[in-house]
Design a binder for this molecule. Structure first.
Ligand code: GDP
Ligand code: MG
Length: 735
């Protein structure tokens, strides 16, 4: 095949702008932002490939069987050395397998000449790679492909020109060859290219077919409303036999028929059975009538090429500022996305530093929270649940009060059964309205509201929200008020279990009275400990999501520390059980001097109240100067039955002991179970995820937690490439 000679002088205007566009294209910027380009569209066999051949010198197959089955992008670029690169860009919907198969293809040629020689063989291979069905008799494969064949021709004499050849539009499917789906596929491919307003549409119209029937002009009009980027190219003028037909074509070129803003051009390409003569000899016909009358600027491939160069140059000029802006925006988006991925975690060291940094942040927040240094981090403003110190102080107070009010099974005699000292006010039965919680808990609130919020955040916790704590925390949170009639009960107890001792009760009676009186202690103290555990657990979860926003990483991290965290909660509840057993299962005894004092006081109070009653009786009977005789004082204790006397002693001893033990127990639960096991000790659940823990991780475990999934790695690599490309692009566009 002889070389098709093409007009190759520097026909293009603004070559520096076009060069820039090409440099951008080279850096794959076209994938991210549309770049000015030419696309050849038209019906099947309208002469698109032949036109491209005239424009670029590449001999496209013109065989009807081998009509264009995929988009071909031809880029010509000026370069000091001559070379041709051929690659396939996989279509957007390709499978990974297909993708790697077509991407593995790389064809090359030493020069345009070399390419021309190899071209049929290259196309064979490309078609095979894409899986194109080569002939109507062949089985398998597809008729059309969304893959793009990319041919890049570089050389010192090449123009900066990128043209895309797309399959021709057709309307009727052919039995056994093309389907309705193919029609749609091709149409979509075409519109994909012409939709973009940086695309110049070369609408190819064969002269031997009525131009009114050319759907492509309607399609182009649809996407290029103002007609600013549609150029009509009339082909096959040599196939118009009659003079009247030629005349019609001429008037179209003169833009007198179906008008286009950019007008029409007429070119003659090589016919199927025509020899290899150059364009000059073919275009001789334009010197004859009626073509002679046409403006030379509208006739022939040379004039067309000049016009295309101008158009591209104008478009480049017009689009550059916008392109610069687009690229700038895209760059900052990509950088943001990259920053969102955090630092790279490829190596062991990178992973350790990364995780260690997260652990450090976690511990810092924990420390600040325990010390109530809430100004330390804005996170505290956003969530009340992070304020551990405040929540725990409130919870502890609440526990202490509830214990005092409700923990005894029966009210002691000297107690006022409606202790309203602490009664938590007015709002006790009001339901806490969650909506009422302020977004910013630091905003000043009426004291009652603050109390409600604290109450909601500490008492109204739902164990169902902590399924992981199942089996660790209590399932009972409420207790009844104490019962009355303690003296009846004590008397009964004594009568039922007394031995033969003289006027005294046994240790056994005392012990069983004690056990019953303290029988609600486990419930209340377990409820308190459980609430404290839920608050700590919620703190850990919330804080982890702050220091580690990546949810996959967070989940893995949690699954690694979970066991140990739960173990430490169990230690706390275990310690509570220990304290309970110490208090309740060992016979009541104390060294506390307070015990004797209160018991004696109770005894004295009893005598005093008896005397007081006698005095009041005397006063009522005998007027102002009533007196109580020694005899009366003596009888105040002597007249009691033995049972009553012992019962009173038992009550007073129990009451005094209860008082001492309750204070001791409440304090112990707070300091030893909560403070030491849950909050401040070095073995609390809050101290599982530490830098030391990270340092102690084995390489494999570390990689399992902090290593990146292959998709993240790929994403990171893609972003890095994209950012590099866009930065380059910015540089190219800046001068
Ligand atoms: P495509 O399907 O639009 O790419 O059309 P082709 O470029 O493959 O052309 C279809 C047929 O028309 C081929 O046989 C070409 O040789 C022929 N052809 C294209 N342009 C001309 C032309 O200007 N004159 C003549 N006589 N034949 C042409
Ligand atoms: Mg074609």
């Amino acid at each position: 095949m002889k070389q098709e000679n093409t007009p190759q002088d520097n026909l293009l205007a603004s070559p520096s702008l076009l060069r820039k566009i090409d440099q951008l294209r080279e850096r794959n910027i076209g994938q991210h932002v549309p770049l000015p380009q030419l696309v050849v569209v038209g019906d099947q066999s309208s002469g698109k490939s032949s036109l491209l051949e005239s424009l670029t010198g590449i001999p496209f197959p013109r065989d009807v069987e081998l009509c264009t089955r995929y988009a071909t992008q031809i880029t010509q670029r000026r370069d000091h050395s001559t070379h041709v690169n051929i690659t396939i860009i996989p279509g957007p919907n390709s499978s990974d397998e297909h993708k790697s198969h077509v991407e593995a293809y790389h064809g090359s040629a030493l020069s345009g000449e070399d390419l021309r020689a190899k071209f049929p063989a290259i196309l064979q291979e490309v078609n095979a790679r894409m899986g194109i069905r080569m002939s109507s008799s062949a089985k398998g494969g597809t008729v059309f492909s969304e893959d793009i064949l990319k041919i890049e021709i570089c050389g010192p004499k090449e123009d900066y020109l990128t043209v895309i050849d797309v399959p021709g539009i057709f309307r009727n499917s052919t039995e056994g060859v093309t389907t309705k789906q193919d029609i749609l596929l091709v149409r979509n491919m075409v519109t994909h290219y012409i939709r973009d307003n940086r695309t110049i549409i070369l609408a190819v119209l064969p002269c031997n077919i009525d131009i009114a029937n050319q759907e492509i002009l309607t399609l182009a009009e649809e996407y290029d409303k103002k007609g600013e980027r549609t150029l009509g190219i009339l082909t096959k003028p040599d196939l118009v036999p009659e003079a009247s037909g030629k005349d019609t074509i001429c008037s179209i070129v003169e833009n007198k028929r179906k008008q286009l803003t950019l007008g029409y051009y007429v070119v003659r390409s090589r016919g199927a059975d025509q020899d290899d003569s150059g364009y000059e000899s073919r275009e001789q016909m334009f010197n004859e009538d009626p073509w002679r009358r046409l403006d030379r600027g509208r006739v022939g491939v040379r004039a067309l090429k000049t016009k295309l160069g101008e158009l591209l140059g104008e478009m480049a000029k017009r689009e550059f500022p916008k392109l610069r802006k687009d690229i700038g925006e895209m760059l900052s988006r990509a950088e943001k996305e990259r920053d969102g991925l955090g630092p790279a975690r490829g190596t062991d060291t990178e992973q350790r530093i990364f995780l260690s940094h997260i652990a450090d942040k976690f511990q810092e927040l924990t420390k600040a929270s325990l010390e109530a240094r809430y100004h330390h981090d804005p996170a505290f403003e956003a969530s009340f649940h992070l304020k551990l110190a405040t929540l725990m102080a409130f919870l502890a107070e609440d526990f202490s009060r509830e214990f005092e009010e409700k923990a005894a099974f029966r009210y002691f005699e000297n107690e006022d059964s409606d202790t309203d000292d602490y009664d938590d006010d007015d709002d006790d039965d009001e339901v806490v309205d969650e909506d009422f919680l302020p977004m910013n808990p630091n905003q000043t609130l009426p004291a009652a509201n603050a109390k409600r919020i604290l109450r909601a955040a500490t008492r109204d916790l739902d164990p169902e929200e902590f399924p992981e704590l199942d089996g660790i925390i209590s399932d009972r949170y409420e207790v009844e008020d104490p019962e009355d009639d303690i003296m009846d009960w004590i008397t009964n107890l004594y009568v039922r279990s007394r031995g033969m001792e003289l006027g005294h009760y046994t240790n056994a009676v005392q012990a069983s009275a004690w056990r019953e009186q303290s029988s609600k202690w486990p419930i209340i103290s377990r409820a308190f400990t459980s609430r404290a555990i839920m608050i700590v657990q919620r703190f850990i979860t919330d804080t982890l999501s702050i220091v580690c926003p990546d949810s996959t990483l967070r989940d893995t991290l949690w699954s690694c520390i979970q066991e140990e965290v739960l173990e430490r909660y169990k230690k706390a509840t275990g310690f509570l059980e220990y304290l309970l057993s110490v208090e309740r299962e060992i016979n009541p005894y104390t060294l506390n001097k307070h015990f004797n004092r209160t018991r004696q006081e109770a005894h004295a109070d009893r005598a005093a109240s008896h005397i007081l009653a006698t005095l009041q009786e005397a006063e009522q009977a005998g007027g102002d100067n009533a007196t109580v005789t020694i005899g009366q004082v003596r009888s105040s204790t002597r007249d009691k039955s033995n049972i009553q006397d012992v019962a009173e002693q038992l009550h007073d001893g129990l009451s005094s002991y209860y008082d001492v033990a309750r204070k001791r127990f409440v304090d112990n639960v707070w300091t030893q179970v909560v403070q030491s096991h849950l909050l401040f000790g070095s073995n609390t659940p809050l101290r599982v995820f530490t830098q030391d823990w990270v340092i102690g991780l084995g390489a494999e475990q570390l990689d399992a937690i902090a290593g990146e999934s292959s998709s993240v790695k790929e994403q990171r690599a893609n972003l890095a490439r994209k950012i590099k490309d866009l930065k380059e692009a910015k540089k190219i566009l800046s001068f």
